[in-house]
Design a protein around this ligand. Structure first.
Ligand SMILES: *Cc1c(COP(=O)(O)O)cnc(C)c1O
Length: 411
């Protein structure tokens, strides 16, 4: 969003108008920003045969998936249900990478039957896959390089205690299973977490992958996962994708020439594509001043945006109703009967009851992690596309809350 003539806008549309038109709370996504981010990644790796597989779990709305498809992305899914939405959005099954964790072998079979590219992340499943399919179904293998990405074990998936991927220390066992079952491994994959700060971490990971890749003669692609960091507040370090494009691109080229074939380079960004494109617009219900703090209570909470509570993530909060007033310090909290704080001690333009606040960086893991806790409705979602605001999900209502509940008649 940008501040122009004293009002916050997306593609020329006033955000306060969007809030009034669709009601609050409402998620608003800027399609232009999403497409720009996708284009940035493609440009950064334009010397490579690069494939971007959007990590659908970040924001799983079917219209967003269709936007990704329209602009040439594939998709990475983590459940049978996500793959069904991706198929409904029109993705070719071959452009869908299925990267589940700790699911049953039955769900893997379902994925094979739909024609998805299966990414296998443990040896037990790999053995079952090998017994059932031998070399008739190609697959990808998810490795764990044990590189600690970022400082947060809740979002880092590459560390030694992580449940994700097959440990590189089990490589001999892995190779035995592959060879004895004649499994056709056409991709290797690593995804170390969500907080990679610089190109050098990627390069370290890449060197490990390139070494292992020599043991797999049928490779068609290497998937470097994600971990692209976006800015949550001013001064945050972000992943420089152009720097990464040069460094990783060079390393990849020399690997490919020693491997004997130019392979595809895959990435699976979620946050990078959609985080900054999304806002959660909420209305101020009450201002509650205690001797210690000025609380701003809004018509939303951890039921709609879980990240501050779950990850201690920082989301900038802006008063879009009163942009030219003085700033004061507030603590913005939700209406859920839990301590659901959106932000402590934030400098925000003077807040009045009824004002609309914008919570930034809400595009990724916002709506997709929302729940009905406290029997609240999940918000509406709006996509601003080519200067027009499109409703892409209706706000829930009481019917949605009660639909699957079964009443016992105790007469
Ligand atoms: C969640 C996930 C991603 C996306 O991570 P971001 O930090 O949102 O970019 C990519 N790959 C896999 C396998 C994932 O589980």
């Amino acid at each position: 969003m940008e501040l122009k003539n004293n009002s916050y806008k997306i593609q020329g549309l006033k955000l306060t108008d969007i809030a009034h038109q669709f009601g609050t709370p409402v998620y608003v996504y800027d399609a232009e920003k999403i497409v720009n981010q996708l284009q940035n990644l493609k440009n950064a790796f334009s010397n490579q045969n690069v494939k971007i597989k959007y990590a659908a779990k970040a924001l799983t709305n079917i219209s967003v998936l269709k936007l990704m498809k329209k602009h040439g992305a594939g998709v990475d899914v983590v459940s049978a249900q996500e793959s069904d939405i991706a198929l409904k959005a029109g993705f070719d099954p071959r452009d869908i990478l299925f990267t589940p964790n700790c699911i049953s072998f039955e769900e893997i079979i379902e994925g094979v039957e739909k024609g998805l590219m299966i990414n296998i992340d443990n040896i037990s499943i790999l053995e079952q896959f090998g017994h059932k399919y031998r070399d008739t179904v190609p697959c990808c293998i998810r490795l764990n390089p044990h590189i600690m990405a970022g400082g947060n074990t809740k979002i880092s998936t590459g560390h030694v205690d992580s449940k994700f991927g097959i440990s590189i220390y089990q490589l001999p066992h892995l190779l035995r299973v592959v060879k004895s079952n004649n499994i056709n491994v056409i991709g290797l994959h690593m995804h170390t977490g969500s907080d990679i700060l610089d190109a050098d971490v990627f390069l370290k990971m890449a060197e490990i992958l390139f070494g292992i890749a020599q043991d797999f003669p049928n490779l068609e692609f290497i998937d470097f996962g994600s971990g692209f960091k976006v800015a949550y507040k001013e001064g945050d370090i972000t992943t420089n994708v152009y720097d990464l494009g040069v460094k990783l691109g060079n390393a990849f080229d020399s690997f490919c020439s020693s491997y004997g074939r130019q392979l595809e380079m895959w990435f699976e960004p979620g946050k990078y594509l959609v985080s900054e494109a999304g806002l959660l617009l909420v209305k101020v219900n009450v201002i509650k001043t205690t001797p210690a703090t000025a609380f701003v209570g809004v018509d939303s909470g951890m039921n709609h945006l879980m990240r501050p509570m779950m990850y201690d993530s920082y989301h900038e909060i802006v008063n879009i109703s009163n942009p030219d007033s003085i700033q004061r310090v507030y603590t913005v909290v939700g209406y859920i009967c839990e301590t659901d704080t959106f932000g402590w001690d934030r400098k925000i333009h003077e807040v009045r009851e009824g004002d609309i606040l914008a919570v930034k960086n809400a595009g990724a893991y916002g709506f997709s992690m929302a729940s009905n806790y406290n029997s609240r409705y999940r918000p509406a979602e709006v996509l601003v596309y080519e200067g027009k605001a499109h409703l892409i999900r209706e706000r829930e209502n009481m019917e949605d809350i009660i639909r699957k509940q079964v009443e016992i008649d105790f007469e």
